[in-house]
Design a binder for this molecule. Structure first.
Ligand SMILES: CC(C)(COP(=O)(O)OP(=O)(O)OC[C@H]1O[C@@H](n2cnc3c(N)ncnc32)[C@H](O)[C@@H]1OP(=O)(O)O)[C@@H](O)C(=O)NCCC(=O)NCCS
Length: 167
């Protein structure tokens, strides 16, 4: 086990979450945005949305951020049963220690307390095999694929997988 503690994120955590995303993107990739596409304002916006209509949690170790996960409702009431727009990132120093799995389990637990949430959705490019394997182990299934949706900086083209877990 990782020894991190998980707590709800707040808007004040946005700078730490930005630093975490920059670290995760610059070492190994996996996030949709590259470092030069990241800034504080979009992080504050998605955090605010997740805090208002979904879940935002972060993992900490000795005051340093080790990981974060957030997801929100889309907006129209007919989708209120789903948590979507999910992003998860674990700092490279903490990857492979179960932090990602712990963040998801905490998100599922919190989601079960929210009125009407029955499914959690995410998108993951097919080449992020470690993430896809983790999601499948957590109970996500591949519901479909967006063919050749992702074009990486090195020119690699990949399908984007639509995955969901029912609570
Ligand atoms: C994808 C990501 C969130 C997973 O987080 P993580 O904390 O590394 O995940 P976990 O440690 O819970 O599980 C990953 C693997 O480590 C293994 N693991 C779990 N606990 C472990 C431990 N104590 N020691 C070693 N390995 C461990 C798991 O069994 C799992 O193995 P697998 O690769 O065979 O599935 C993380 O790698 C990350 O942030 N990547 C960059 C950003 C990204 O890709 N985000 C997702 C976009 S869709």
């Amino acid at each position: 086990m990782s020894g991190v503690s998980i707590r709800p994120s707040t808007l004040a955590d946005a700078p730490a979450i930005l630093a975490l995303h920059l670290a995760a993107a610059s070492r190994g990739g996996g996030l949709a945005r590259e470092p030069d596409e990241m800034s504080l304002e979009p992080i504050q916006a998605v955090l605010a949305k997740a805090l208002a209509s979904g879940v935002a949690l972060s993992a900490w170790s000795d005051g340093a951020i080790a990981g974060e996960i957030h997801a929100s409702r889309l907006g129209p009431r007919q989708f209120d049963n789903s948590l979507t727009e999910l992003t998860v990132a674990v700092h490279p120093d903490f990857q492979g220690q179960g932090v990602g799995a712990q963040l998801f389990e905490a998100l599922f637990a919190k989601a079960r307390t929210l009125a009407g949430i029955t499914r959690v959705e995410l998108m993951c490019r097919e080449g992020n095999t470690r993430a896809v394997r983790l999601y499948q182990r957590l109970g996500f299934v591949i519901e479909g694929r967006f063919i050749r949706r992702v074009v990486l900086a090195n020119g690699t083209v990949e399908d984007d997988l639509a995955m969901a877990k029912f609570l």
